[in-house]
Design a protein around this ligand. Structure first.
Ligand code: DP6
Length: 402
C-alpha cells in the first residue's frame, strides 16, 4: 500500500460502544430500507469492561477511498448498511455546515475505519449492535455532529440504536414516514439498579443459525402470531417493563423478560418454514431457571435468548454465587477444553457457594459436561465512550491499521 506518507494532518477519533440485551424483543420490520420495527423494544446496555467494540475512524485528503478493517481483516465498504450509515452522517454534517456556517473541512475527505471486538465474534454474541453503535458514534464525533444519532445507528442494525445509551433503554416504534421518531431513549441509567447482574452463558453450538435480518423477514411474511404479538402484546408489556425497571421490581422484570423471550421464540416456531434458535442446552437452562425459581418460591433468575442458543441470565448480586454453582454443577467445563480458571470470566466470581442437595434435587437435571463453553459475569453499563489516548487508537498517526 502506498500513499502512507501523509503530508497534511489527519483527523482521528476512537470510541468504544457496548452490547445490549433486549428484555422486550425487536423482531420484525415494517420498513426494510429505514429499519423501522413493528413493535417497540427495551434492553439493558452491558458494561464495556467485559464486552465492547472499539473503533477508530480517520479522515484525510490523502485517502483515495473509504475503507474498513474489521477484527484485523479488510472488508468491503460497499454494503448497503455501511453505505447508509456513512451517507447519513455526511448528509447531517453537510446540513449542519449550511445551518451553522461551520468549516466542514472533512466533508470532501474519504475515511478509514478500523474496528475490533474485545470478545470472540464466533461466540455469536450480539456484535452487530455494538459494532454499528461504535461506528456511528465515532463518525458523528469525527464530523462534529452532536445530539442523538440513534436513528442513524438504527439503519446499520436495528438493535444498534439501543447501544447508543447506557443503562435501561427503549427503542420507540415511531410514526413518522421517514423514521425520524423511531429512536432510542434512556429509561434509567445503569446506577439506577446497582444490584442487577448479568450472566452470559455461551453455549457450545454447531452450525450458525439463520441471521436475524433474514429470520425476521420470514417471520413477518409467514407468521400470524408475530402480528398479534406486535399489536396486542408488546405495547402493554413495554409499559409494564418500564414500570418494573423504574420500581426495581425484579419479580416483574424477570417474569416479563422470560415471557417475552419465549414469545419471540414462539414466533420463530410459527414461522414457515420454522426457525429454531434454542438447542437442547438452551432448553435445559430454561428448565434450570424455572426449577430454581420454584424451589425458592419466587423469581430469582430470568433467562432471555436472542437469535442463537446462548442464554443471558438476569439476576441480583446476592444470588450470583448460588446460580453460578448450579450452572457449574449441571454444565461442568470440559476438562480437556476450558480450564476451570477461565470458565467464569468478567466480574469476580464472588464467594464460592455449596448448593444444598435439596436444591440440586429440585433442579434434577442430568449434568451435561462441555455443553456450556464459558460464562461472562457482567452488569449494566454506560453509553459509548471516546478514548483520548492515541495509544488506544486502532489506526496509526497516518490513519492506517497499526
Ligand atoms: C433477537 O438488530 O440484529 O437480538 O435490524 O436486521 O440488523 P437487523 O436485526 P438485529 O436484530 C436483533 C434481534 C434480537 C432481538 C433484539 O435485540 O431486540
Amino acid at each position: 500500500e502506498n500513499g502512507r506518507a501523509s503530508t497534511k494532518p489527519i483527523s482521528q477519533v476512537t470510541c468504544t460502544a457496548p452490547v445490549n440485551i433486549a428484555v422486550i424483543k425487536y423482531w420484525g420490520k415494517r420498513d426494510e430500507q429505514l429499519v423501522l420495527p413493528i413493535n417497540p423494544s427495551l434492553s439493558v446496555t452491558l458494561s464495556q469492561d467485559q464486552l465492547c467494540t472499539r473503533t477508530t475512524v480517520a479522515a484525510s485528503v490523502d485517502f483515495k477511498r473509504d475503507r474498513i478493517w474489521l477484527n484485523g481483516q479488510e472488508q468491503s465498504i460497499d454494503t448497503p448498511r455501511l453505505q447508509k450509515c456513512l451517507g447519513e452522517i455526511r448528509r447531517l454534517a453537510r446540513k449542519r455546515k449550511h445551518e451553522e456556517e461551520r468549516s466542514g473541512d472533512l466533508l470532501g475527505c474519504c475515511v478509514h475505519i478500523c474496528s475490533e471486538n474485545n470478545f470472540p465474534t464466533a461466540a455469536g454474541l450480539a456484535s452487530s449492535a455494538a459494532g454499528y453503535a461504535c461506528l456511528v458514534q465515532s463518525l458523528a464525533r469525527l464530523f462534529g455532529i452532536d445530539g442523538d444519532v440513534s436513528h442513524i445507528a438504527r439503519q446499520g442494525s436495528g438493535s444498534a440504536c439501543r447501544s447508543m445509551y447506557g443503562g435501561f433503554v427503549e427503542w420507540t416504534m415511531g410514526r413518522a414516514e421517514d423514521g425520524s421518531d423511531s429512536v432510542a431513549k434512556q429509561v434509567a441509567p445503569a446506577e439506577h439498579w446497582p444490584e442487577l447482574r448479568v450472566l452470559v452463558v455461551v453455549v457450545n453450538a454447531g452450525k450458525k443459525a439463520v441471521g436475524s435480518t433474514e429470520g425476521m423477514q420470514t417471520t413477518v411474511r409467514t407468521s400470524a402470531l408475530v402480528a398479534y404479538r406486535a399489536e396486542h402484546v408488546v405495547p402493554s408489556r413495554q409499559d409494564d417493563m418500564k414500570r418494573a425497571v423504574l420500581d426495581r421490581d425484579f419479580q416483574a422484570f424477570g417474569e416479563i423478560t422470560m415471557r417475552d423471550s419465549n414469545q419471540f421464540h414462539a414466533t420463530c416456531l410459527d414461522t414457515y418454514p420454522p426457525i429454531f434458535y434454542l438447542n437442547e442446552t438452551s432448553k435445559q437452562i430454561i428448565h434450570l431457571v424455572h426449577r430454581y425459581n420454584r424451589h425458592h418460591g419466587k423469581v430469582k433468575a430470568a433467562y432471555t435468548f436472542d437469535a442463537g442458543p446462548n442464554a443471558v441470565l438476569y439476576l441480583l448480586q446476592d444470588d450470583v454465587p448460588e446460580v453460578l454453582a448450579l450452572l457449574k454443577h449441571f454444565f461442568p467445563a470440559n476438562a480437556n477444553n476450558d480450564s476451570e480458571r477461565t470458565f467464569v470470566r468478567g466480574l469476580p466470581d464472588v464467594c464460592r457457594k455449596d448448593v444444598s442437595s435439596d436444591l440440586l434435587d429440585s433442579v434434577g437435571l442430568e449434568p451435561s459436561p462441555g455443553a456450556v463453553q464459558y460464562i461472562i459475569h457482567t452488569k449494566a453499563g454506560q453509553d459509548p465512550q471516546v478514548l483520548t489516548n492515541p495509544q488506544q487508537a486502532l489506526l496509526d498517526e497516518n490513519g492506517w491499521p497499526k
